[in-house]
Write a protein that binds this ligand. Structure first.
Ligand SMILES: CC(C)(COP(=O)(O)OP(=O)(O)OC[C@H]1O[C@@H](n2cnc3c(N)ncnc32)[C@H](O)[C@@H]1OP(=O)(O)O)[C@@H](O)C(=O)NCCC(=O)NCCS
Length: 224
């Protein structure tokens, strides 16, 4: 856990904190724009490791285990299930019809300050074609419209051009830098970003990512 973040810490009522925790505990599907993403289970470890192990993904995300394989990703998933049980974190994954993981989205929540941080990635072969833009918008909508936090914060590596463009486009504002701590104890300098719920209607952002192509391979939600 990086104690430098979040930078903005405005305490909310105990009732609101409990509401946020309860929402996370009961969330099973992402719903909204990315309707097929569901909470990751331990038996997703092989498929998720396959997604994350790509050189364009794992090394770019400081929260990832190192090395990335089915065993370490199973621990990553189990840790997120423990976070979900506490109501302060959740991990969603979407799959295509072949059962391959095509994208993930995870949220770290600080209920006491009503602020969430999300991470995510899309399958290497799909990057740079607008899917990440659509997923980023879905993540913002999930945090603000479903979970209902006041703020979202983000961190990006200085050389992650796509993420930097995406966050700027979505309406995030840069608020300096932080040092991000990887699970193995190493560190990475990161750009730090925040967005308030009131900022989310940045017209530029919505116009661009609303036009992103729908995901043709996504599996439909299954509520049975
Ligand atoms: C970051 C990520 C989710 C973005 O999704 P994507 O589908 O690849 O990106 P998009 O096609 O939606 O494009 C996002 C922005 O990057 C721009 N972009 C695309 N390819 C680019 C490239 N090679 N260089 C610079 N910018 C690029 C796009 O033009 C777009 O900016 P715009 O809205 O101003 O036009 C995806 O690349 C990914 O999964 N990366 C690996 C994991 C990662 O870095 N996660 C984020 C950690 S903070």
């Amino acid at each position: 856990m990086n104690s430098e973040i979040p930078k903005t810490r405005e305490r909310v009522s105990c009732e609101e904190q409990e509401r946020l925790r309860d929402f996370v505990r009961q969330a099973a599907w992402m719903n909204g724009r990315i309707a097929g993403a569901r909470v990751a289970r331990p038996d997703d470890a092989v498929a998720l490791a396959d997604l994350l192990a790509h050189e364009s993904i794992g090394p770019r995300i400081y929260t990832m285990p190192n090395p990335i394989n089915a065993d370490t990703v199973k621990v990553f998933i189990e840790d997120h299930l423990a976070q979900r049980a506490r109501g302060d974190g959740i991990l969603f994954v979407s799959f295509n019809r072949e059962g391959e993981a095509t994208a993930y989205f995870d949220v770290e929540l600080w209920p006491q300050w009503s602020i969430a941080k999300f991470g995510g990635a899309v399958k290497a072969e799909r990057q740079g074609r607008g899917f990440g833009g659509a997923c980023g918008l879905a993540a913002v909508e999930w945090c603000f419209d479903q979970l209902g936090v006041t703020r979202i914060c983000e961190t990006t590596a200085h050389d992650n051009d796509r993420s930097i463009r995406l966050l700027s486009r979505l309406g995030f504002r840069q608020l300096g830098e932080v040092i991000s701590h990887r699970p193995d104890g190493t560190t990475r300098p990161s750009i730090y970003w925040e967005m308030e719920r009131v900022d989310r209607y940045a017209a530029r952002a919505v116009r661009r990512v609303d036009l992103a192509p729908a995901d043709p391979e996504a599996t439909p939600p299954n509520f049975s």
